[in-house]
Write a new protein. Sequence first.
Length: 162
Amino acid sequence: MTAGGSSLPEVQRLLTALAAAKPGGRIAEIGTAFGEGTKAIIAGLTAGSTLVTVEPDPDRYDFACEVLAGTPAEILNARWEDVLPDRGPFDLVFFDGGTRDGTLDLVVTLLAPGGILVKDDLVPGRPISGDPVREAFLTDTRLAAVELLVSSEMALIVAVRV
């Protein structure tokens, strides 16, 4: 687990590949942190793609603004729930932020049909039942989803809006 830090290299490679698979795509990142996931998404951006990343913590936001200066990323210091719904739908959403009541359903509504959701920072091997993130994304009929083992310490969910 990253404990609120940077994305693992395996997750970064996945983000680069998924961004590249959405030519001209509208992409959102929830939880910029230190900008490592953002950089990975940027590496896969194609012409016409847009990227907005949202970080609520002011210190992390300031740091991200510094390390992402000059990139095509639009960085917002806000709660994603307040700014992203009016900007969607998105072709790719990297949900790297924490979850709260109501946010799991809300993030699905941000996805365009065929849009991809990536939610990382899951402890591997847990059952679906009783885990709010797994229940929300692996059983939602609006999504085709799978859990993938990224490392011995972390799993993630990749879901497509059907």
